[in-house]
Design a protein around this ligand. Structure first.
Ligand code: 5GP
Length: 123
């Protein structure tokens, strides 16, 4: 079974892409299996090396949106792409807006290896 950490990497990690095209989200949301059964409405991809994302677990501790205490905010800005389902897009045709941004990100971390397990937002 896919672990929480593996799921985080499938849904959020894309270190090798630096510039994205308008069709990036449509392709990536499909390729990373986020358009199965329904179109995932909002998802962020991170274009930074995995170790740089994993160390966020040792950076500023913040409360997660769900009230849990295990979220952490990156001390530096990261290259990210925000994928957002367009209004009027109907499953199974998942049509996304692609927006490249540079923002500090917030992730949830959990024990074992103290790994990133959830994307909580960007500020
Ligand atoms: P909206 O901007 O539509 O009001 O809310 C979108 C929310 O989703 C924001 O709070 C944003 O931080 C959050 N968000 C962005 N990317 C992701 C993601 O990949 N996963 C989750 N769970 N939330 C995300």
């Amino acid at each position: 079974k896919e672990s929480q950490a593996e799921k985080f990497q499938r849904q959020h990690m894309d270190p090798d892409t630096s510039t994205v095209t308008a069709s990036y989200c449509n392709e990536m949301m499909k390729r990373r299996n986020m358009t199965v059964g329904q179109c995932k409405p909002v998802n962020t991809f991170i274009h930074e090396p995995l170790p740089d994302v994993q160390v966020i677990c040792f950076q500023g501790n913040v409360t997660c949106k769900n009230g849990k205490p295990n979220c952490h905010q990156s001390s530096s800005k990261m290259r990210i792409t925000d994928c957002r389902l367009k209004k009027g897009s109907k499953y199974p045709k998942c049509d996304y807006q692609t927006q490249q941004l540079q923002k500090s990100i917030i992730v949830a971390c959990e024990c074992v290896q103290y790994e990133t397990v959830d994307f909580d937002g960007s500020v």
